[in-house]
Design a protein around this ligand. Structure first.
Ligand SMILES: [Zn+2]
Length: 115
């Protein structure tokens, strides 16, 4: 379950940021997670709640922005986005398989709210 190590990295980074700026507690962490990143948001939330204990993020809420997979079709030049699954196989416009995935791999910390 690699969500555990991701949650630990997120909390470590947030704690360091918070302390470096003279704050003592983290209230909220907002992450952006792409549907193709391979990260399960539910598993990450669970891991976050376990790892945050005994840190200054113990009272923090984790908010996850789900980013859809997006892409562009080489045949019809159509652009598309989908939240349905981690991978898109065919263009939803013309059913071509000649697609390039352009987004959905994100795993970014967007915002940390501190006390
Ligand atoms: Zn197409």
């Amino acid at each position: 379950m690699h969500e555990l190590s991701i949650a630990r990295s997120v909390i470590d980074l947030a704690v360091k940021n918070c302390l470096d700026n003279g704050h003592t507690a983290i209230e909220k962490i907002i992450l952006s997670i792409g549907a193709a990143s391979g990260v399960m948001p539910d598993a990450l939330s669970f891991a976050f709640d376990v790892i945050k204990q005994d840190t200054i993020a113990a009272g923090a809420v984790l908010c996850i922005n789900a980013v859809p997979v997006s892409g562009v079709c080489s045949d019809c030049k159509g652009e598309f986005a989908s939240c349905d699954g981690p991978f898109i196989i065919n263009c939803p416009h013309c059913d071509s398989a000649a697609i390039t995935v352009t987004g959905g791999f994100e795993l970014d910390m967007i915002e940390i709210e501190v006390k």
